[in-house]
Design a protein around this ligand. Structure first.
Ligand SMILES: [Zn+2]
Length: 317
């Protein structure tokens, strides 16, 4: 990392919040990836669940809707992400979460009843198990199905274990009965090294305790590449009807853009490129959803000082 040129602080933008501690100074790989839905109702509970029940600390968070269906449909977004996780981050475990639509206003949608829906999703999870085992033999697969109790008061996470009875792993109060949209989503990279700081920024600087989490390699990169999976994520994350803002966070040394090495260690050139990407993303969101405001933020990692500094990009605000 000694080749990295020190940033002049002349790049415009407002540094927001205190510098965060960067806990992964010489760490470039992590052991796990969590493939999860981006819905605001579940992101917090899923991340707490994997941290508390499985002791995960360094893990990528890949948040898109219907992971299993997309895997089966050979989605480019899914395989790009798994390839990055596998080759760049040397992932050994994948935790896959699927939700029923018990939390949606129209609960049953295309299913005749909840039992039919449950078996459809569980079959999808088991199929994911086979597909990942065949293509990424290094990865150990864990499967979880999330649904709500009949009265919508409780959230239930069941572990699906191939060839064995399923096990309820979490039974907790459901906090969002009757709430079908939220105003904010965070669009971020799957990157494990900045996850906690990104979420802390949204909570403590922007003041949103509840928000959807869209996690894709390179944050807005897949949106710019025209991925429909990415665009669908906004609807799932917070429901576009109620969404008022998307906080998009790109970060330095992003593997999806081949890191700072791709810019010969020049962090200024790297940051300029990321700012342009976020600008294009803001324009695209505006053209699709003129009422949704995009708030672009750049996470500058200072490897020597082991800090992350967040810069709000002024020209949009
Ligand atoms: Zn990244």
């Amino acid at each position: 990392m000694s080749k990295i040129k020190k940033l002049p602080r002349a790049l415009d933008g407002k540094i927001i919040g205190p510098a965060h501690h960067f806990a992964f100074k010489d760490v470039h790989t992590c052991s796990s990836i969590v493939a999860m839905p981006p819905n605001f109702q579940f992101t917090k509970v899923i991340l707490h669940f994997v941290e508390m029940c499985f002791g995960l600390i360094a893990y990528d968070a890949f948040a898109i809707p219907s992971f299993s269906e997309k895997l089966e449909q050979q989605s480019e977004t899914v395989f790009q992400t798994l390839n990055i996780a596998d080759k760049s981050h040397e992932i050994e475990k994948i935790f896959i979460f699927q939700t029923s639509n018990a939390h949606e206003a129209d609960r049953k949608m295309s299913f005749s009843d909840m039992a039919t829906q449950d078996s459809y999703h569980i079959r999808g999870l088991l199929k994911s198990y086979e597909l990942i085992a065949a293509r990424y033999p290094r990865m150990k697969v864990f499967l979880f199905y999330i649904t709500l109790s009949e009265d919508l008061e409780n959230l239930i996470i069941t572990e699906i274990i191939p060839g064995k009875p399923s096990q309820v792993r979490l039974f907790a109060n459901y906090m969002f009965k009757g709430i079908y949209s939220c105003e904010t989503a965070l669009v971020r990279c799957i990157e494990f090294r900045t996850r906690k700081a990104d979420k802390s920024l949204v909570r403590n600087y922007f003041g949103f305790d509840t928000f959807g989490l869209i996690g894709l390699p390179g944050a807005s990169k897949r949106f710019l590449e025209g991925s429909e999976s990415a665009w669908q994520s906004i609807r799932s994350a917070c429901n576009t009807d109620g969404c008022k803002e998307l906080i998009v966070v790109h970060h330095s040394d992003c593997g999806a853009y081949k890191g700072v090495a791709n810019f010969n260690g020049d962090q200024v050139e790297e940051e300029i490129m990321h700012r342009k990407e976020m600008e294009k993303f803001a324009d695209l969101v505006y053209s699709r959803y003129p009422k949704i405001k995009v708030i672009p933020v750049y996470a500058r990692i200072d490897f020597e000082e082991a800090t992350i500094e967040y810069v709000l990009i002024d020209r949009f605000n």
